[in-house]
Design a protein. Structure first.
Length: 765
């Protein structure tokens, strides 16, 4: 028996993913593989300009072309718009400046890629050709791209009716208390940082197949998403439907990273077309679509200051974040900087904090959640600032951290922005990471690098994140007529290995092989409710419910078996699909119990939590810089994490490695660039560089878990942690290498491309 089929391994076992075989042998079924009979194809005509008045002169002529089935323009879908679901109050209690994002633009476009027309034809090429025949008259308007320009008093207004490009202003903490702390400071340290805009670039591009059944008036939408129930709810909001009239089916998903949580314009448009034409309609995105329509991530300009006393203890912290929103407020867009700025004080005992965040409109692609969703931005800001404070005070980054960490005995600890950290050992994690990274031997390695003509740097990021936010996730465990076990749950795997992790818990209770458990996600008709996957919620919120449902069903099974076997419940055990009396050969199969139950044999539970979980840890990056080329070569990368409880070490390592690689990619090479006219210059993988496999270092990853108190199993979310800890560790290491090697004092921003690094070295000479 191979390792994938090792039976009876429960929580904590390093099992390989049982769902991998079809995926690595080409048998996985994705949205693109779904081909209903008679399916038509669609193409979206997108704006070629960032800001213009538009009109279409020949829509009727294009509709008459042979093979063209439908041309939708803004006039055809007037009154239908994309919602913003993150509705929050501004710092003064007022509503923020919220514009309408139409399904299709009818008079004004506001970024390159804004949707103008939706064309349906017998073939994809026919739909594309017809769309390109539409004569769009553009009357160009002035464009604003950069945030600082957008905030100028005389700036072009993306939405003139608001009289400003500020979408909202939020605040966390106590401004007066923080001002008082700065008034009493012996010293202050400040920093200004750019957190670069990035693009998700999942392997499987977005797409959908919409179907309409006129007999039942029901829609079926098949697409890759991170949660079908949330997608269904947004679609119903757009189209004015009740939830019972929409089924969302999610097959395999080739990566999501937060960006596939959202409903995009193509989905309701395809549904409207399918309803009108009476046949299925497919839309398949291309890589160019991804760059100019799928929500971008990050893109902050941040200023932060620390107030220090005479002993270098932090008295207070001020933060001002300007967060790019793009041309519209995307589905969760405002929530991302809002939640991020609640984490600005990091792991540090800071008695006074005030964090202000402004959302800024510009003629660019809207932004929203990308892996970490505000938390990487917060960790990057505080950890770059802490390093700078360590240098300026003379304590150094390590001792400054130790002096100002929240101590174990202070936990639980409520931050000045309202976050309640329950458990952890922040200094212990740092010390373990330093030991693993051989900090004691760094100077010798640095000298050896210098002798070889290289600069060597050592960078730290001690991070904490809030994730698995309050809520619950319902789980249902069933025993079928053949004795088979099925779990139904409303999270949505998109590469994390949910089926394996969930099956480990069910297997532990029933004494069966994880291969014998079917896990059903991704069908809103079969799974009655669900919160989807995002914010590292699936395991902390989902697994306790899976366990409770399994325990409840085991109890039912034992009660039924006790009657059949004429035994006491406490004398029974479950093993290999059997219930037997301990120490005897008396047994009954799960199939026999199910057959005699007289009703569906199932248990349904939803365990809720009222506080987030707070995974934390330390990343250490050691690297070399080639001063002749600016190239950065990571030599060693150590990660020590606290995830509360490890469910499956192999799955966990995969999540952490992938997250850290994503962070390294942002730190070293990813960058989204618009020109002054709002044209995206990095609109393909020819121009937008991603980390290559050869660039990914070997990770030395370990856990020092302290169980959480906020959920029943002690688990802290893990899916985003690698991304949150990575950027600052890499950039602090580069800054350290350049300072010690070339005397560079100017702060380097991401991405630290060879050209930028080389320029910094030359400027310091």
């Amino acid at each position: 028996m191979n390792q994938m089929a090792t039976p009876k391994f429960g929580v904590g076992a390093p099992l390989r993913r049982k769902e991998d075989l079809p995926l690595i042998t080409g048998e996985g079924i994705y949205t693109g593989d779904y081909q209903p009979e008679g399916c038509l194809h669609s193409f979206v005509l997108r704006s070629a300009m960032a800001h213009a008045k538009i009109s279409i002169a020949n829509a009727d002529e294009v509709r008459a072309i042979d093979g063209v089935r439908m041309v939708l323009t803004g006039a055809d879908v007037a009154g239908k718009s994309m919602p913003t679901r993150a509705i929050l109050k501004q710092i003064d209690g007022s509503n923020f400046n919220l514009p309408t994002q139409p399904l299709l633009c009818s008079d004004t476009v506001r970024y390159v890629g804004d949707a103008i027309a939706f064309v349906v034809a017998d073939t994809l090429q026919g739909a594309r050709d017809a769309a390109e025949m539409l004569e769009v008259d553009y009357d160009p308007l002035d464009v604003v791209v950069e945030m600082e320009e957008a905030l100028a008093p005389d700036a072009v207004k993306v939405w003139p009716e608001f009289g400003t490009n500020v979408a909202f202003t939020f605040g966390h903490g106590d401004a007066d208390k923080t001002d008082a702390a700065f008034a009493n400071a012996a010293n202050t340290v400040s920093i200004d940082l750019v957190n670069n805009r990035i693009v998700a670039n999942y392997m499987e591009l977005r797409g959908c197949v919409a179907e309409f059944d006129s007999a039942s008036d029901r829609f079926k939408l098949t697409l890759g998403t991170q949660g079908g129930h949330g997608m269904r709810d947004v679609l119903c909001q757009i189209l004015g439907l009740e939830a019972d009239y929409v089924q969302v089916v999610t097959p395999e998903v080739g990566g999501g990273f937060g960006t596939k949580i959202f409903c995009y314009r193509e989905y309701p448009l395809a549904m409207l077309a399918a309803q009108a034409l009476g046949v299925p309609v497919r839309w398949a995105g291309e890589r160019m679509d991804h760059f100019v329509t799928d929500a971008h991530g990050r893109d902050n300009l941040s200023h932060a200051e620390l107030a220090l006393d005479a002993d270098n203890k932090i008295l207070g912290m001020k933060v001002h974040v300007k967060a790019a929103m793009g041309a519209y407020l995307h589905q969760f867009g405002p929530f991302i900087p809002w939640v991020g700025t609640t984490m600005t004080s990091g792991l540090y005992d800071i008695p006074a904090v005030f964090a202000k965040v402004e959302g800024v409109y510009s003629h660019t692609v809207p932004t929203d959640a990308f892996r970490g969703a505000g938390r990487p931005e917060a960790a990057y800001l505080i950890e770059r600032l802490i390093d700078k404070a360590g240098e300026e005070t003379g304590l150094g980054p390590i001792e400054f951290r130790k002096l100002n960490f929240i101590k174990k005995e202070q936990l639980p600890y409520t931050t000045q922005t309202g976050r309640m950290y329950d458990t952890g050992d922040y200094q212990g994690h740092l010390e373990k990471a330093l030991e693993t990274a051989d900090w004691a031997g760094f100077k010798a390695r640095q000298q050896a690098s210098q002798a070889a003509g290289k600069y060597r740097g050592f960078g730290i990021c001690s991070y904490i994140e809030a994730c698995a936010f309050p809520g619950g996730e319902e789980a249902t465990v069933e025993i079928g007529a053949s004795g088979n076990l099925t779990l139904l749950i409303g999270t949505q795997t998109n590469g994390q290995g949910h089926a394996t992790a969930y099956s480990q818990v069910v297997a532990e209770q029933f004494g069966v092989n994880i291969e014998d458990i079917e896990v059903i996600q991704g069908d809103t008709d079969r799974v009655r409710k669900g919160g989807g996957t995002g914010g590292s919620r699936s395991i902390p919120l989902g697994l306790p419910s899976v366990k409770e449902a399994s325990v409840a069903l085991v109890k039912k099974v034992k009660e039924l078996a006790a009657d059949k076997l004429e035994a006491g419940i406490d004398d029974l055990e479950l093993d290999s699909g059997m219930v037997r009396v301990v120490g005897t050969d008396q047994q009954v199969t799960l199939a026999e119990i199910a057959a005699g139950a007289g009703e569906p044999l199932q248990a349904r539970e939803e365990v809720k939590q009222t506080e987030a979980t707070y995974p934390n840890g330390t990343h250490i990056c050691e690297l070399e810089v080639d001063p002749d080329t600016g190239d950065v070569d990571i030599q060693n990368y150590v990660i020590v994490d606290d995830f509360g409880v490890t469910v499956n070490p192999l799955l966990l390592a995969g999540q952490v490695h992938g997250g850290a690689a994503s962070a390294i990619s942002q730190a070293l090479c990813e960058h989204t660039v618009f020109d002054e006219d709002g044209q995206l210059l990095t609109a393909s993988l020819l121009d937008y560089r991603l980390l290559r496999a050869a660039d990914v270092p070997n990770f030395d990853f370990q856990t020092r878990n302290v169980p959480s108190t906020t959920n029943a199993m002690g688990i802290k979310g893990a899916g985003e942690a690698g991304t949150i800890g990575g950027c600052a560790a890499v950039m602090n290491a580069i800054q350290n290498a350049l300072k010690d090697g070339a005397g560079v004092t100017e702060l380097l921003d991401m991405p630290a491309t060879p050209h930028r690094v080389w320029d910094a070295i030359q400027a310091a000479k």
